[in-house]
Design a protein around this ligand. Structure first.
Ligand SMILES: [Zn+2]
Length: 271
């Protein structure tokens, strides 16, 4: 892939298409709930982006730059090559006054990955995003039953005797291949989804930098800052799992009743 790809962000390819950014989601929610500041009538005219199976992938109100179906298609998918490939797969734009917006909003449009055109792709054919609940269960079980010293990565403990597959988003080699492919916008979306409240990375250059294996541990004394995605209050204290707000690596914390805290890296190569 060319060096140009390293500056691509998915915001430059997809607009108002799943997974929606926070501001886009807010816009559509206000239209859906009847608080559209531009249209004070009960329904707002708009355009829906749908695939060959009639699944809704995007929605936008009709306005001057989105006045025709063709202009809307350009608005939804700004990259002409990606647009051509998705249209060849059956993607099209339909006029809508609400029912398709309803479908879209009810389908949790902030979650998931952008549409994938058929043909060669860098998208991994394996589970991509983490199931935090499952990971926290495994981590608690591993730490309680294994060597509780914080220098042992949790995966080493989990792997001792359990069937466990690391989500693709935390496999640096897989992510480097994916980020270097035409499907880089989806790779970025996956990394952002895994990062939770932290909104990084925005560009493939930032994403490649985050795949640096040492993370915060590169500078001695700089510990991780946990952005917790899930917590569990147990009799032996609080357990928290999530990603580091600075280096994005997945970590687990245990806060005991005596307030001592241990932090583990989930994976030994992402410290
Ligand atoms: Zn960190």
């Amino acid at each position: 892939m060319t060096a140009l790809m390293t500056t691509v962000t998915d915001e430059t390819v997809f607009h108002y298409v799943r997974p929606l950014r926070g501001d886009e989601h807010g816009d559509l929610l206000s239209i859906w709930s009847g608080h559209d500041i531009l249209f004070l009538s009960r329904s707002t005219p708009g355009w829906a982006l749908i695939d060959a199976q009639n699944q809704v992938w995007g929605w936008h109100r009709r306005e001057p730059e989105w006045s025709t179906a063709s202009a809307a298609l350009d608005g939804f998918i700004a990259d002409p090559i990606m647009r051509e490939r998705l249209v060849a797969d059956g993607f099209r734009v339909l006029a809508d006054h609400g029912p398709l917006l309803e479908d879209f909003i009810r389908g949790n449009p902030s979650y998931g990955l952008p549409p994938l055109a058929s043909g060669p792709t860098g998208r991994p054919a394996e589970p991509i995003l983490p199931n935090w609940g499952h990971l926290l269960d495994l981590a608690q079980h591993a730490v309680r039953g294994g060597d509780p010293h914080a220098s042992t990565p949790v995966e080493d403990l989990i792997l001792a005797g359990r069937d466990f597959h690391r989500p693709a988003v935390f496999k640096p080699a897989v992510m480097r291949r994916w980020l270097a492919s035409d499907d880089a916008p989806a790779a970025l979306s996956a990394m952002r989804a895994a990062a939770g409240r932290s909104d990084s990375p925005r560009t493939t250059a930032e994403a490649f930098a985050l795949l640096e294996p040492l993370g915060c541990n590169r500078s001695p004394g700089d510990g991780h800052t946990l952005d917790a995605h899930l917590s569990d209050a147990s009799t032996d204290g609080d357990w928290l799992i999530g990603t580091c707000g600075r280096c994005w690596h997945p970590i687990v914390e245990h806060e005991r009743p005596d307030l001592t805290v241990s932090t583990w890296s989930l994976f030994g190569d992402l410290r």
